[in-house]
Design a protein around this ligand. Sequence first.
Ligand code: FPP
Length: 226
Amino acid sequence: MLNSNFPRHVAIIMDGNGRWAKKRAFPRALGHKQGGEAVRRTVQAAETLGLECLTLYAFSSENWKRDESEISDLMNLMRRFIEADLQDMIERKVRLKIIGDYKAFAPDIVDRLEDALERTKGGERTLAVALNYGAQQEIARAARLAAEEGEVTPETMDRHLYTSDLPPLDLLIRTSGEVRLSNFLLWQSAYAEMLFIDVLWPDFGEDHLREACEEFARRERRFGGR
Ligand code: FPP
C-alpha cells in the first residue's frame, strides 16, 4: 500500500456523462462512450494507488426508465467493455464482481458477465460493478434472507448483502456536483467518508482519484466514538 491511511475500498457514482455531451452538442451516447474511457482510466488508477476494491455504479435499477435507445447504448458499451478489457483484467489480476440483479439483462450479456466472473475469479484486487442495482432492493433482499435463517441483526444483514465479501466501504465519491446517494450502497455508507466533486464523469482520471484518496487520508474517522 502506498499510504497506510489510504482507503481500501472506494465506490464511485459516475455522474455527468449526459451533461458532458450536452456541453459539446454531442449525442448522449458519446458522453457514455467517453464515460467508458474514464472507467478504464480509473480502474488503472485504482491499481496504481493500491486500492483493494473499486466499486462503480454503472446501471441502477432506476435506469430502466431512460429511453430505449439510451439503454441500448449502455448495453452495447457493456458488451464492448467485456470484449475489449477482459483479457487485460485477467492479466492484471483484477477480479470482477457484480452487485445487483444482473440476470435481468439480455441473455447474451448475462452469459458474457458470467464468463468474465469465472475467468477473473482468481484476481487479487476487485472491480465491483453495480448492474441493475438498487440499495433499497439489496437491503430488503438481505433482510428477507437473514429472516429466513433466523435473526435479523446488522451482522446477519451484512452476510446477505452483495458486498459481503468486500472490504468495508471507506470512501464514496460522486462526480458532477450532484449531492445525493441515488439509492447506492445506503447500508455500506453508514461510516464511509463522502466526497462530491465538481467534475463530470468523462473528465475523471487518476489525478482526481489520487486527490480523493489524499483527502480521505487527511480526514479523521471516528466511527461514532470521540
Ligand atoms: C451517468 O451519467 C452515467 C450513467 C447512467 C451510466 C454510467 C455508465 C458508464 C460510465 C459507461 C460505462 C460503464 C461500464 C462499466 C462499461 P448521466 O447520463 O446520468 O449524466 P447526466 O446526469 O449528465 O445526464
